[in-house]
Design a protein around this ligand. Structure first.
Ligand SMILES: Cc1ncc(COP(=O)(O)O)c(C=O)c1O
Length: 460
């Protein structure tokens, strides 16, 4: 699918020059030079779910950037909002605010289940997590638990790349950094495909949630400030728990006077078919962290959203001050981008589309289960889904590294005009919430075609 060359398309010497500069002077995140040397994808244009590379080839972005492109590419109204903010006042003196920051705090409170919530703006997801955790620890101190410094999270979760967030995340692949945050304790994560215990899935989910209670009792409730978890863990392969899981987390947090933090950096703002994920289960967390879809990636912005109960603790005198500060947290132009982005959400009912198209996508993906190498398909709660491949479907045995799925699948998908990230044992799907039925058909056809190609390649 090559389109006629436009002014933003480049080729020949200029393209080679850019590849060389990148090769010599640039780090790419979460990779090493040999992964992309001489073949770095350079994109120059985007519209809706589509992106165009430097040579004019079009691809469907099946992961919405890195889980953030909710309103899709090329929204001029967001660019205009940023331009207007920047040309009016790009940032305000310390200790003051701009209209865009105030309006955004009001807008979020309006969309949030608890209307009297308060937002602490930051620059991205990890900072939102750091903010939420520091807030929870200080809240505990101010509420008669001065020794509460422990934070419980789940193995195989992801909460960001900064030191505290890495301590809370449970990935085995994180870079070693010596001792992690004292008081970071991990429990079993929920996995619907490979249940961590035998039994009925709902019972197992409750058992997993109860591990938080066991740790709190064992450590002493006075030492624990918070529980943090993603409503649906994308890092662990799109793991959707039964509603009883989060309901049980809420009960445990209440019983032991521990704050419940929902890390909604991926799921916040419509990804799970509601503005906020736990709304699906009637659960109100004490603090919610958001980033990505808040601006649909048009500007870097995150927030820790605190309920009134939590926020009110930071009112009084010097003792009650939350001294946390991030210079560019809640940058006015990013807030302007977020406001314009959320206006699109409302105008086009993107959250409704997430629910509707999420169901359609899930139904279509389920058809792929006919292939012997497709072990599981997960989805059906908004526009977040996964296809998991196995060498042995009956025993749910993963392919060995020698099958090279992580090298082959991204290429097979790319050859079919689908751009994704880290497809391997699992293809995660997180398209813009504006995606249409036809575009989902295109995407699922390309995935199916890639599966057929993979089967031939693997001789299965
Ligand atoms: C659940 C979750 N929390 C936090 C983060 C960190 O966000 P950021 O990369 O914006 O710092 C991520 C990033 O993917 C995430 O998935």
């Amino acid at each position: 699918m090559t389109v006629k060359s436009k002014k933003y398309h480049i080729s020949g010497e200029r393209l080679e020059e850019l590849q060389q500069i990148a090769e010599e002077n640039m780090f790419m995140h979460a990779s090493q030079l040999n992964d992309w040397r001489g073949k770095l994808n350079i994109f120059v244009k985007g519209e809706g779910v589509w992106v165009e590379d430097a040579k004019g080839k079009k691809y469907l972005d099946s992961l919405g950037g890195l889980w953030y492109k909710a309103a899709g590419y090329g929204r001029k109204e967001i660019a205009d909002a940023v331009y207007n903010q920047m040309t009016q006042i790009e940032s305000s003196p310390s200790g003051s605010a701009t209209i865009s920051q105030i309006e955004l705090a009001g807008k979020i409170a309006n969309l949030y289940p608890e209307k009297s919530s308060r937002s602490f703006f930051v620059s991205g997801g990890a900072e939102a997590v750091e903010t939420a955790v520091k807030m929870a620890k200080k809240f505990s101190i101010l509420n008669g638990k001065p020794g509460a410094y422990k934070v419980l999270s789940r193995r195989y979760s992801y909460h960001g790349g900064t030191a505290m967030a890495v301590s809370l995340g449970g990935a085995k692949t994180a870079d070693p950094m010596g001792p992690t945050m004292p008081g970071a304790i991990h429990v079993t994560n929920w996995n619907s495909y490979r249940l961590p215990y035998s039994g009925d899935p709902v019972d197992v989910a409750i058992k997993c949630a109860n591990e938080f209670e066991e740790v709190i009792k064992h450590q002493g409730p006075d030492t624990v400030a918070a529980i943090i978890a993603e409503p649906v863990s994308a890092a662990f392969g799109i793991q959707i728990p039964p509603q009883e899981y989060w309901q049980r987390l809420r009960e445990i947090a209440d019983k032991y006077d521990v704050l419940l933090i929902a890390d909604e950096v991926i799921t916040g703002f419509g990804r799970l078919g509601e503005y906020f994920g736990p709304m699906n289960w009637g659960v109100q967390p004490d603090i919610t962290t958001v980033a990505k879809a808040l601006t649909s990636g048009y500007a870097p912005l995150g927030a820790a959203i605190a309920t009134k109960k939590v926020a009110d603790a930071f009112t009084g005198g010097p003792e009650e001050t939350f001294t946390h500060l991030i210079t560019f947290g809640g940058h006015p132009s990013a807030c302007a981008a977020a406001l314009a982005n959320l206006e699109i959400f409302e105008k086009e009912d993107l959250v409704g589309n997430s629910k509707k198209m999420g169901n359609y996508l899930f139904e279509k993906l389920l058809e792929l289960k006919k292939y012997d190498i497709v072990g599981d398909v997960r989805g059906g709660l908004g526009l977040l889904a996964a296809v998991e491949f196995v060498a042995d479907k009956k025993e749910k045995v993963a392919f060995p590294a020698s099958a090279k799925l992580a090298q082959k699948l991204p290429k097979f998908l790319f050859d079919r005009n689908i751009v994704t990230f880290r497809a391997g044992d699992i293809i995660s799907i997180c398209p813009p919430l504006s995606i249409t039925k036809n575009e989902i058909d295109y995407l699922v056809d390309a995935i199916e075609d890639s599966i057929i190609h993979l089967k031939k390649d693997l001789n299965t």
